[in-house]
Design a protein around this ligand. Structure first.
Ligand code: CU
Length: 433
């Protein structure tokens, strides 16, 4: 798994199921060293040297090319409160203000520069990746998770200043929690914020008093206090946990994470069902930090790296306030579950899959075409502007057979795969330092 799986070394992501999970481990190979760091996620919003120095750090849209006469001035500043509001997000204050900007040397230079950062493995250079599996403690049959709720400094990419965000156990997304259907779950959250909060396990069938909605099913968790959510994991599949209190702000700032419940029957798990060797958690967000995948924006998003013939699973989860249509180049996606529920005979195949806020969609990809394939949100102001790509962009890198011996975690794995597949792009001709 990409983000979900953590390697024995902090820098190398290796798919790894929680020890208590009897599920056979998925591929331990997996992503780039960078992917590990990025936790399997990818999204990004920031372009090198983007916003004006005076601009607040949450304006992660691409910097506009030098204004041409008569062109509207770039919008570089948005108040934090506005950036966190749905209305502000809907107006894409952080996105390109000129997505159809005139092409030219300025555009090409900027676009090349940002792609070179991606090809160079920027995702692997940033600490603090989320989505790392949190091993539960065992208390009898119960899986016990201890989490903190913290203010954190978070990097969207390697060049932007860190932003003031929130995290579970210090990361955005929070740790990946994985249990097995039927497990008793006991998750204690200690609120180390200066504000109140509450935690909702999104997608689970919960006892009402464990639903995590302050003032309806519980009192808000006060600063310095803890609350323990106890329930049985009844609904298998891809789910989430997140703040359900001042949620536009708190979830927008990073209080979110993946909660995966493996089916009790091993034959129904994706490794057995589809032969999947990577299980990738992909959480999108679109408030603080702009358009992000697993808390990062292109070029700091982690690529997905697979071998030709490998089958991978991607679990899309949308914690933002906008729908994002994820588009994979080169190969189709086989959509097998929605909100954790298997589609069965209603499973379908597509190359662009809209994921609404709150939804989870699981897709299977047969990696049958070698090369470096763009994988991005197809709302273009979320992915590319007049200064090149940013935000919700990454690549699925399918390594050809003759590259099997190459170091899969080399920083130029993406460009190497593209070159092997016949790319003539300048960025792929330039050796990565
Ligand atoms: Cu989008």
């Amino acid at each position: 798994m990409i983000a979900a799986m953590e390697t024995p070394t902090p820098s190398v992501p290796v798919p790894q199921a929680p020890a208590a999970d009897p599920t056979p481990e998925l591929s331990r190979r997996g992503f780039l060293r960078g992917a590990a760091v990025a936790g399997g996620g990818l999204v990004a919003v920031g372009i090198a040297g983007c916003t004006a120095a005076a601009a607040p750090p949450w304006t992660y849209g691409p910097r506009l090319a030098p204004a041409s006469p008569g062109a509207p001035a770039p919008s570089t500043a948005a108040p934090a409160s506005a950036a966190a509001s749905p209305a502000a997000s809907m107006s894409h204050p952080a996105a390109s203000a000129a997505p159809s900007g005139a092409p030219g040397a300025g555009h090409d230079d900027a676009a090349l520069a940002v792609v070179k950062r991606f090809l160079g493995g920027e995702a692997g250079t940033i600490d603090g990746a989320g989505n790392k599996p949190l091993e539960p403690k065992l208390a009898g049959q119960a899986k016990v998770f201890d989490l903190t709720i913290e203010t954190i400094k978070h990097r969207i990419d390697a060049q932007k200043d860190p932003i003031d965000a929130l995290g579970y156990n210090g990361t955005w997304p929070g740790p990946l929690l994985r249990v097995v259907e039927g497990d008793p779950v006991r998750a204690t959250f200690r609120n180390n914020l200066a504000e109140t909060t509450g935690v909702h396990f999104h997608g689970q069938r919960l006892p009402n008093n464990m639903d995590g909605v302050p003032h309806i099913t519980q009192d808000p968790i006060q600063p310095g206090d803890s609350f323990t959510y106890e329930f049985t994991a009844r609904v298998p599949g891809s789910h989430m946990y997140h703040s359900h209190h001042n949620a536009t702000d708190q979830v927008g700032r990073g209080l979110l994470g993946a909660f995966i419940v493996e089916p009790k029957d091993p034959a129904k798990r994706y490794d057995r069902l589809y032969g999947a060797t990577q299980d990738i958690v992909w959480i999108s967000n679109d408030s603080l930090g702009g358009f992000t995948i697993n808390g990062r924006g292109f070029p700091a998003t982690a690529p997905i790296v697979a071998k030709l013939g490998e089958t991978i699973v991607i679990r899309f989860m949308n914690e933002g306030v906008m729908m994002h249509p994820w588009h994979l180049h080169g190969m189709p996606m086989h959509v097998v579950a929605r909100d954790g529920y298997p589609l069965g005979g209603a499973a379908f195949t597509c190359d662009t899959l809209g994921v609404n806020p709150g939804e989870r969609w699981d897709v299977v990809v047969r990696c049958e075409e070698p090369g470096a394939w763009a994988f991005h949100c197809h709302i273009l102001p979320h992915a590319e502007g007049s200064n090149g790509m940013f935000g919700m962009v990454t690549a699925l890198v399918v390594q050809p057979p003759d590259a099997a011996a190459a170091d899969p975690v080399a920083p130029d794995a993406v460009s190497a795969a593209a070159r092997a597949a016949g790319s003539t792009a300048l960025a792929c001709r330039i050796p990565v330092a």
